[in-house]
Design a protein around this ligand. Structure first.
Ligand SMILES: Nc1ncnc2c1ncn2[C@@H]1O[C@H](COP(=O)(O)OP(=O)(O)OP(=O)(O)O)[C@@H](O)[C@H]1O
Ligand SMILES: [Mg+2]
Ligand SMILES: [Zn+2]
Length: 449
């Protein structure tokens, strides 16, 4: 058995023989850490190959157990999962420290049917700490078992013996596999522990939730290292200073990846927000320039949000461009389109764009609203409060068609909007009470307003 050292990127898991400041694979800086690779003893190597995926089977020979879904009892979570938890699936719940990963999993324990026993393994908190949190969240579940353990093989043995309906591992970065020499949290440990859990989930047909930390730097392996191994990856997002949390599926073998779940963090835990649009529009200022309303589709759900821009003169030769919740490159593109096609000049102004509520918009249909917010900020005119703007902006300044216009308009109607500026290229053979204003180019929009 010979040990060798390699340098492993904690961001993407790429290995290289020597250290460098930048990962050659993913381009992240300062993520390469030295790790000792222990050649695997024969025993473990055999264990994997003789597992239950042995001989090839004909497709129709595979016993067709139907995919069983267990509802989590939390609507927003079910939506993101694609309808509920699938038996034997491996889920990764990821997000920055303190965002609410442990909270949602503990709440899941309470909501998941009383008849399903759960094993919650924590390598981070003592059972006492967990108990305190459970009390605060009002979790009273009877057969919820807490296990403070970091040795992954012991965890799998215990779990196999207890045979719970759900296994929760909080967190993968604290787990340790004996056959790996490096410290918990390192890329090889995280990989090995995840694959142990995968074998456990598939062979026992028990769903497993794994918490994975996101750590911007340092030697802790990020969730990217595990993403390809698990069945679904759920990401918790949110701004530090906002109480809203958005749960997003970035990978899902059992459902769409576009769905989001919206929650509010309170003292009693995460509360579901069934109607995010109303929340994101709360406190929207009226009669102020630089503000526009947009309707984006998140999966199957239309969400209305407020886009703010601030265009302020600057004495400096290189003005600032800041975009929060909107793609930076796209923002610059829209500024360029406004300059070239509408003769609106931002060259001597700082430009800030912000999407309210910690929402991240990455849909072309939001272009028109962002462009309108920018123009309104620059020229200091107010976009009427009851008007929503939907459309993609092309480089020629043309307004391009968007998908599911009817759904977006319907959501705007529900929230009390009276007018919708929409692409002329979209078909409008549906009925709505809202006044539709079809536009062809970005110039038309400003002539209108
Ligand atoms: N008493 C409280 N009242 C209100 N909110 C609280 C209270 N205690 C904790 N929180 C919220 O819960 C968050 C912590 O949630 P949680 O421990 O689930 O996060 P986590 O993602 O598991 O974090 P970690 O990475 O540390 O494990 C805090 O950031 C805070 O917003
Ligand atoms: Mg936690
Ligand atoms: Zn990398």
């Amino acid at each position: 058995m010979k040990n060798k050292t390699v340098f492993v990127c904690s961001e993407c898991g790429a290995e290289s023989p020597k250290w460098s400041g930048k990962c050659p694979e993913c381009g992240a800086w300062n993520t390469l850490v030295e790790e000792t690779v222990v050649q695997k003893p024969e025993k473990t190597a055999k264990k994997i190959s003789s597992s239950d995926f042995s001989a090839p089977l004909k497709l129709k020979e595979v016993t067709g157990k139907e995919e069983v879904r267990i509802s989590t009892g939390i609507n927003e979570l079910d939506r993101v999962l694609g309808g509920g938890i699938v038996k034997g699936a491996l889920y990764l719940v990821s997000g920055e420290p303190g965002i609410g990963k442990s909270t949602i999993l503990l709440q899941l324990c309470e909501k998941l049917g009383a008849e399903i026993p759960i094993l919650y393994v924590s390598g981070e908190e003592s059972p006492k700490q967990l108990r305190l949190r459970a009390d605060r969240l009002g979790v009273k579940k009877d057969d919820l078992y807490l296990l403070a353990q970091t040795d992954i093989e012991t965890v799998c043995e215990q779990a196999a013996e207890q045979n719970p309906g759900l296994l929760i591992i909080d967190s993968i970065q604290t787990m340790n596999h004996e056959s790996v020499a490096s410290t918990p949290g390192s890329v090889s440990q995280v990989r090995e522990c995840t694959s142990a859990l995968m074998r456990f989930a598939k062979s026992k047909d028990i769903p497993v939730f794994i918490v994975g930390h996101v750590n911007k730097e340092g030697s802790i392996a990020g969730p990217k290292v595990m993403e390809h191994m698990v069945d679904a990856v759920l990401y918790f997002e949110g701004e530090r200073n906002s109480e809203y949390r958005i749960l997003r599926a970035v990978k899902n073998r059992f459902g769409s990846t576009n769905e989001i779940g919206v929650f509010e963090m309170t003292g009693e835990g995460l509360k579901e927000i069934g109607n995010p649009s109303a929340v994101f529009l709360q406190g929207k200022p009226s009669d102020i320039s630089g503000i526009a309303t947009v309707c984006v589709l998140e999966g199957t759900r239309p969400i209305i949000a407020e886009v703010q821009s601030l265009v302020a003169p600057t004495p400096f030769p290189a003005p600032r461009r800041v975009a929060v919740g909107f793609d930076y490159g796209r923002a610059n593109l829209l500024i360029a389109v406004l300059e070239k096609r509408c003769r609106m000049f931002f060259g001597t102004s700082d430009v800030y764009i912000n999407v309210i509520g910690g929402l991240k918009i990455d849909e072309p249909a939001a272009d028109l609203a962002v462009a309108a917010a920018l123009a309104s900020g620059l020229k200091d005119f107010v976009i009427p409060d009851d008007t929503i703007l939907i459309g993609e902006v092309g480089l020629a300044g043309e307004i391009r068609a968007v998908t599911s216009l009817e759904k977006r308009v319907a959501e705007a109607k529900v929230l009390g909007f009276k007018r919708a500026v929409i692409p002329k290229r979209n078909r409008t053979d549906f009925h709505t009470d809202i006044e539709l204003i079809p536009v062809d180019s970005i110039k038309d929009v400003f002539n209108l307003i």
